[in-house]
Structure formats: structure tokens, C-alpha cells
Design a protein around this ligand. Structure first.
Ligand code: HEM
Ligand SMILES: *[C@@H]1O[C@H](CO)[C@@H](O)[C@H](O)[C@H]1NC(C)=O
Ligand SMILES: *[C@@H]1O[C@H](CO)[C@@H](O)[C@H](O)[C@H]1NC(C)=O
Ligand SMILES: *[C@@H]1O[C@H](CO)[C@@H](O)[C@H](O)[C@H]1NC(C)=O
Ligand SMILES: CC(=O)N[C@H]1CO[C@H](CO)[C@@H](O)[C@@H]1O
Length: 500
């Protein structure tokens, strides 16, 4: 989440106004609640600590008050659940990520199917059956698309090249294979479609740049305020939807026609739109505007959950690699060996053999360093196994650092980068575990994680084979923080061709 800090002055004034009006508003905490961390200023509560000092502040709270505890941020009580309690949140349907996301990331205001649990279940089923189960059939295409991206975005680096906006660059790198899988090989050759895929999430999040000051009154007030322009017809993402619709229509019409003419001889292309066309729920004889809207809605849910996340983590993994020269040779050696074995054409078996790279990627995901995340809303009053109770409506945040930096699981120095921990313990990067929550846990764990890790591994494999990758400082670069949320460093990376 981005906060614009330039508007600090107006921020202060609005703040004072709200402070005066609402200084009486106090959080009500019932008897058996987790301990409330004391605070000095009404309304503001722990907001400033949460925004500017989350890591240290929460570590102190954890030590003093145990697990879980309550803090007071943006006028709301949040329960912070760490290593001992965190797992419970993911085991029951009482806690809902989607319900909490509606207030943080109001995508439902632009993609109406986001409000419909059935539609989301269909998306998840599609990812499982259409993508994960057929991943081996997509691998060659993912590889090809990633190579096109790499050649385009990074290209020839006979002279070392500093690529500054690595994060942005990588969203178009990842957009290409995702487009290929979703809408097929033909449309994914179109640069406008790739841009629409790559920019969709970024443009949507432009409405989130407004600091959540009005949340002090109520989170709903903030959400109504920031989505106000949408109601008057402004939409940061409309042009992306239009681009995709324009290119989809002729392709879908052609497929329907071919099917009619060829009958049994029709050879269905392998992609998600074909899966969609064959789904009885979405069966159609004509491609109407309404139908196109439906399919775009569906596709953009996958786009918004897949591209930004994956590009953020491949970027971060590259910084992790670039900052650790001691690992370069070992991991490069594995990639060269596999490259020779497959003659440059990776199959899923070859990707599964990249065990050192897999372990490295897992470690990069584990040490991503978001302090707390994955907000879940409590849908009805709930009592934890330890007897503590929280009321309906409460937001529970997962204290990821507490889970990922557990000394029992990761030894006396859990914060250090342990590149081969996954390899030595037989934990693949896709496997969720009680001390590895980057993909969530339980029934709702990220259904896209197999695709994501696959893309990251293929991408890194190709990059490491082709380039020396360094940080400008020669050291490990620091992550950038927005409140408790981490994003990859912004210093850029230096790419230089390897001599072959
Ligand atoms: C490195 C990349 C990714 C990370 C770190 C990530 C992380 C997550 C997390 C933490 C959750 C919540 C899980 C929970 O509540 O237990 C989630 C849910 C989800 N992810 Fe991912 N994800 C990634 C990539 C992807 C990709 C590539 C796709 C699509 C192909 C995807 C689709 C989804 C969907 C649809 C959900 C919602 C599941 C539900 O509501 O039940 N994700 N992801
Ligand atoms: C998976 O691939 C097979 C073989 O090409 C195909 O018949 C099947 O429809 C695919 N599944 C999905 C859900 O796309
Ligand atoms: C996508 O975003 C980039 C960077 O902000 C911008 O230069 C480009 O014009 C955008 N493309 C589209 C189609 O919106
Ligand atoms: C580490 O995690 C395990 C499992 O969640 C837990 O039982 C153990 O108490 C944790 N260790 C520490 C030192 O917090
Ligand atoms: C597509 C894209 O954003 N490419 C950029 C990648 O990074 C370099 C270096 O900052 C830019 O010059 C490219 O325009």
C-alpha cells in the first residue's frame, strides 16, 4: 500500500480536526480479549508506530504481551496473531481474507465478480484445473515468453547495464507468460494486450495512494471517499478492459465458428479462454458485449492476483541473488548443468531438478520481510484455543515476521539468509508450512503458487545463465517499506553478459 507523504501539511490539519471531534471515541474492549497494548494519544493510538516503526514496535509488543495482542491503528482495533495463534485463523471459515480486502483493496468496485463468492470459486477452480494441473503443458510456452521479455527488457549487456525500475520492468516480463496462458498465443503477441496486463494492477492501485485518514472515522468512509470518482464513471483501468475486449472478440468469434464447422475435428487450443468457452456455465452461441464483460472480469481477477505478486517476488529474488556473491557459482553451476541436459528447452522435470534454485527462491520468499499482512475479518465472535475471544468484525493481521523468524524452525539466527534450508529439509518453495506463510495456509492457500514459483524459477534460470547480476553497491540492498509492507529495493540491478 502506498501513502503519499507529500501532503503532510493537509494531513496534519485534517488530523487535528478529526482529533477534536473524535477524541472521545474510544475502542471498546470486552473481557476475554487479547491484551490491548497501551497508547498515549486517543484516536491516533499506535498509528504512527505502525506506519514508521512497525518492525521494532511489534517485536516489543510481542515480547511484552505475548501472542496475540491488540493494537489501535487508523481508529480501529486490530488483533495481531503471531506464531502461536496465527495458524488458527487459516483453519476456519470464520476468518475471511476477501471480506477484509474489500476495505483495503476495493477491487469489487471495478470488477463486480469480486463480490460474488461463486465466481471467485470458479476462478480458483480454473487456476487449479486449468493452470496448475496442466503446468507441464505450459512450461515450454512460459519459457519462450519469458525469453522474449528478457531480450526486450534487458537485452544485450556487453557493457554492464543498470536497470533501475526493475520492479516495473518485471511486471511486463511476467505479463507475457500470463497472457499466453490466459488468452492464448495469438493475442499475447500483441504489445497493447501485454501492457494492459502489466499495468492493470498498478493503475488500479493509483486510487489507493490517498492516505487512509478518513479511516479514523470509519474504514467505510475512507473506502467510499477513494472510490467516489469510480461512481462518476472515472476508471483508471477502463482502457485496459477495452483493449482486451477489442482483441478478444474476433478470436472468440473465430473459435465458435471453427467449432461449428469442424465439429469433432476441432482442435481446442490450450488456454484459459478455451476452458472458459467449454465451461457449461459460460456456454454461448454468440459473443455479446455482455459476454465479453463477463470473461474480462474473470480474466482480470487472475491478472490482478498473479502479475504484481509474481513480479514483485522475482525482483526481490534477483536482489537477493545479486547481493550475495558467495552463492553465485554454486547456483550458476546447477543452471548450466540443467541447461545442458535439456538443450535449452526446459520441461517441468528439468525445473523440478533446480533444487538449489528452488531452495534459494523459498528463502527469498521467507525473508521478504513484510512485518504483518494478510488481514482477515472475523465474521462472527470467535474464541481462540487459548480462551481469548474477539468480536465479530475485528480485523486480524498475521504477524508474518514472527512466523518466518522462528528459532525452532530456522535455528538461532532465523533472520540470516539460509539459501539451502529448503533443500536440506525437503521443503519446496511451493509448500506451505507452519513457519512459511508467504502463500497463506490451509484451504485458502494461494492456488497460483505453483505457477508463480515456476515462472520465478524459469526466469531466474535464464537470467543467471545469460548475465552476471550485481547490485550497484556490491552489497545487499535494503527493502523499501510502506508502513509494515515491504517492496523490493529500488536501487536497480546491473546486468552484464556472461561470456560463453
Ligand atoms: C509469488 C507470488 C504470489 C504470492 C506471494 C501469493 C500470495 C497469496 C496469499 C498470501 C494468498 C492468501 C492465502 C490465504 O488466505 O491463505 C493468496 C491468494 C490467492 N492467490 Fe496468490 N500469490 C502469488 C501468486 C499468485 C498467482 C500467480 C495467482 C494466479 C495464477 C494467484 C492467485 C491467487 C488467488 C485467486 C487467491 C485467492 C484465494 C482465495 O481467496 O481463496 N496468486 N495468494
Ligand atoms: C489440460 O490439458 C489437456 C490436454 O491438452 C486438455 O485436454 C484439458 O482440457 C486441459 N485442461 C484444462 C482445464 O484446460
Ligand atoms: C504502462 O505504464 C508505463 C509506466 O507507467 C507507461 O509508460 C505506459 O504508457 C503504460 N501503458 C499503458 C498501455 O497504459
Ligand atoms: C516456532 O514455531 C512452532 C510451531 O509454530 C512453535 O511450536 C514454537 O513455539 C515456535 N518457537 C518459538 C521460539 O517461538
Ligand atoms: C518496459 C520498461 O519499463 N522498460 C524499462 C526498464 O528499465 C530501463 C532502465 O530504467 C528503462 O530504460 C526501460 O524503459
Amino acid at each position: 500500500m502506498d501513502f503519499s507523504f507529500e501532503t503532510i501539511q493537509s494531513f496534519v490539519w485534517v488530523f487535528i480536526a478529526i482529533y477534536v471531534v473524535y477524541w472521545i471515541k474510544k475502542p471498546r474492549i470486552s473481557k476475554n480479549e487479547p491484551p490491548m497494548v497501551p497508547y498515549k494519544f486517543p484516536i491516533i493510538g499506535h498509528t504512527l508506530d505502525y506506519l514508521f516503526n512497525a518492525e521494532k514496535f511489534l517485536a516489543e509488543c510481542r515480547q511484552k504481551y505475548g501472542d496475540p495482542f491488540n493494537i489501535y491503528v487508523f481508529g480501529q482495533v486490530n488483533t495481531i496473531a503471531g506464531n502461536e495463534i496465527g495458524h488458527e485463523i487459516y483453519l476456519t471459515e470464520v476468518f475471511s481474507l476477501r471480506s477484509a480486502m474489500r476495505e483495503k483493496f476495493p477491487l469489487n468496485r471495478v470488477l463486480n465478480c469480486f463480490d460474488n463468492p461463486e465466481k471467485i470459486e470458479q476462478v480458483i477452480k480454473t487456476i487449479r484445473e486449468g493452470i496448475t494441473a496442466n503446468l507441464s503443458l505450459y512450461t515450454e510456452r512460459i519459457q519462450k515468453q519469458l525469453m522474449i521479455s528478457i531480450n526486450k527488457e534487458i537485452g544485450d549487456c556487453s557493457n554492464p547495464k543498470l536497470i533501475i525500475t526493475a520492479n516495473r520492468n518485471f511486471s511486463s516480463v511476467i505479463a507475457r507468460p500470463v497472457a499466453d496462458i490466459l488468452v492464448g498465443q495469438e493475442i499475447s503477441e500483441n504489445e497493447d494486450v501485454i501492457k494492459a496486463f502489466a499495468n492493470f494492477t498498478k493503475d488500479f492501485t493509483s486510487i489507493l495512494k490517498i492516505p487512509p485518514i478518513l479511516s479514523f472515522i470509519h474504514p467505510k468512509v475512507h473506502i467510499e471517499f477513494i472510490t467516489l470518482p469510480l461512481r462518476f464513471g472515472w476508471s483508471p483501468i477502463r482502457r485496459h478492459v477495452i483493449t482486451l475486449k477489442e482483441h478478444l472478440r474476433p478470436i472468440l468469434e473465430k473459435r465458435l465458428k471453427d467449432k461449428e464447422i469442424l465439429g469433432d475435428k476441432y482442435e481446442p487450443p490450450l488456454d484459459i479462454i478455451e476452458y472458459f468457452l467449454n465451461n457449461p456455465v459460460y456456454e454461448t452461441k454468440v459473443i455479446t458485449d455482455d459476454y465479453l464483460n463477463k470473461i474480462c472480469n474473470f480474466l482480470f481477477v487472475i491478472i490482478v492476483t498473479s502479475i504484481h505478486t509474481t513480479s514483485r517476488h522475482i525482483t526481490s529474488a534477483l536482489y537477493d541473488f545479486a547481493g550475495r556473491p558467495e552463492l553465485w557459482d554454486d547456483i550458476y553451476e546447477e543452471q548450466v548443468r540443467i541447461d545442458k541436459e535439456c538443450n535449452g528447452e526446459l520441461s517441468l522435470q528439468h525445473i523440478n531438478k533446480m533444487v538449489k534454485l528452488d531452495s534459494f527462491v523459498r528463502e527469498s520468499l521467507r525473508t521478504f520481510d513484510t512485518v504483518v499482512g494478510s488481514p482477515h475479518r472475523c465474521l462472527e465472535s470467535y474464541t481462540f484455543k487459548n480462551g481469548m475471544t474477539i468480536p465479530k468484525g475485528r480485523i486480524v493481521q498475521t504477524y508474518l515476521m514472527d512466523i518466518h523468524y522462528n528459532t525452532t524452525a530456522y535455528g538461532p539466527e532465523p533472520r540470516s539468509f539460509l539459501p539451502y534450508h529448503g533443500l536440506e529439509n525437503n521443503f519446496p518453495a511451493t509448500k506451505t508450512d507452519k513457519n512459511y506463510f508467504i502463500f497463506g495456509s490451509g484451504k485458502h492457500a494461494c492456488p497460483g503458487r505453483f505457477l508463480a514459483v515456476n515462472e520465478i524459477k524459469i526466469g531466474m534460470h535464464k537470467l543467471i545463465l545469460n548475465y552476471h547480476i550485481k547490485t550497484p553497491s556490491g552489497k545487499i540492498e535494503k527493502k523499501v517499506y510502506y508502513g509494515p509492507y515491504a517492496v523490493p529495493p529500488a536501487t536497480g540491478l546491473i546486468f552484464e553478459n556472461r561470456k560463453k
